[in-house]
Design a protein around this ligand. Structure first.
Ligand code: ATP
Length: 391
């Protein structure tokens, strides 16, 4: 279990994380979502003792990471898969991490098998693709068979097979009773992987709820209705009848009507009573992506002002290049909360964690809608020759 209480982090005048409190429970995958620059990596670094909180606390199993007697065997993490020594082979990279953590050598081959890199284990990692680097970072995180795992954007650069593999791996790790905390910008993937969500915006907690609750609380389900194209007057008639019944009716570009505020059977009854034939009556359920966009639209720092065709961005979207906001005064909450509201230590190249001394701080049809990279690299020796080039 990871527990954060009133966690804040200031970098000079910049507040990266503000008064965050949440729990990440074992046995399920918990997704960590937020727009770019919202403080996800900073939070993960504080969990891992790589950044000192300005205030508040964060513990793993009741103890802060730096005070864990054997943090290396309890927590594994992938923070920045690119942060590895490219001159080393994958196997040597993992061997170094294992050695620093007192992990038996045989575990290296085990994790190489788990991530599917056994056949290229002798190759220098600088020749690895982005996806292979991600796999190596995941291998490093798994090296100590930790009970708590943190993954920052683990599917970055992975192909569809790789993404599927990561999804299954995360679920399996959680099913084994581990705590799995994973950040991603890929909403469709998160919807399939995570059971619970922590969502932040501009460093503050926006949501802490199950994926189902999150979608229900932040979506506007509606129905699509189509009358026969051959009889345009029926569309007008239906629009009037549904509006009179209390629905909100919005025309869609393809001639259909979008109805919110009325359940499907009621729409059907209204149409029937008005003697209007329907060619379509279908429910639309929001996706996690739609719910996420809806919730975070006011908490986005960087958004494009132009869309293809030269249209300006819609309301609520700051212009491109809008400088990062300042934070609100202490005690204010600019964003509405939704309802209900081992082996590892400081990160090593490739996202693995090896035990090291503590690091110093581093820099249903409801109503209409209302409206620094992985740090503390393991000691690295620059090779004088390139024996692994030949492999
Ligand atoms: N060492 C630092 N010094 C100064 N500002 C920092 C530092 N680290 C992070 N920040 C700032 O803190 C804010 C949060 O950054 P962070 O990297 O935690 O966000 P994030 O949610 O992980 O973003 P992304 O999704 O783009 O990876 C950003 O505005 C960032 O510029």
């Amino acid at each position: 279990m990871i527990e954060a209480f009133g966690l804040s982090k200031h970098y000079g005048a910049k507040t990266a994380v503000y008064n965050l409190s949440f729990q990440v429970r074992p046995g399920i995958v918990t997704g960590f979502l937020g727009p770019n620059g919202s403080g996800k990596s900073t939070t993960m670094r504080m969990i891992l003792g790589l950044d000192e909180p300005s205030s508040g606390t964060v513990t793993i199993g009741g103890t802060s990471f730096r005070r864990h007697p054997n943090a290396a065997r309890q927590v594994g993490a992938l923070l920045d898969a690119k942060a590895l020594h490219g001159g080393r082979s994958a196997r040597n990279h993992l061997l170094c991490l294992a050695q620093l953590s007192g992990i038996p050598k045989r575990r290296v081959d085990e994790v190489l098998d788990i991530v599917g890199l056994r056949s290229v284990a002798g190759k220098r990692s600088k020749g690895f693709s982005l996806g292979m680097g991600q796999r190596l970072g995941i291998a490093a995180a798994l090296l100590g068979d930790p009970r708590v795992l943190l993954f920052d954007e683990p599917v970055n650069g992975l192909d569809p097979e790789g993404i599927r593999w990561v999804r299954q791996l995360m679920k399996r790790l959680a099913a084994e009773g581990r705590t799995v905390f994973v950040s991603s910008h890929l909403m469709s993937e998160m919807a399939l992987t995570a059971e619970h969500l922590i969502v932040i915006g501009r460093g503050q907690l926006l949501a802490d709820q199950s994926v189902k609750e999150f979608i229900a609380a932040n979506s506007a389900d509606f129905a699509r209705v189509r009358t026969p194209d051959t009889e345009p007057q029926l569309r007008e008639k239906l629009t009037a009848a549904l509006a009179e019944a209390g629905g909100r009716v919005d025309p869609e570009a393809d001639g259909a009507l979008r109805i919110s505020g009325l359940p499907l059977p009621r729409i059907s009854d209204v149409a029937h009573a008005a003697d209007i034939r329907l060619w379509e009556l279908s429910p639309h359920q929001a996706s996690l992506e739609e719910a996420y966009m809806r919730m975070t639209q006011g908490a986005v720092d960087y958004a494009s002002t132009a869309v293809p065709g030269g249209q300006p961005a819609g309301p609520g979207q700051p212009p491109h290049g809008t400088p990062p906001h300042g934070m609100p005064p202490h005690g204010t909450a600019p964003y509405a909360m939704p309802q209900g509201a081992p082996f590892g230590a400081p990160a090593a190249p490739g996202g693995g964690f090896v035990p090291q001394p503590p690091q110093p701080p581093q820099t249903g049809f409801g109503p209409p809608p209302q409206g620094p990279p992985a740090a503390a690299p393991a000691p690295v020796q620059q090779p004088t020759s390139d024996p692994e080039d030949a492999r």
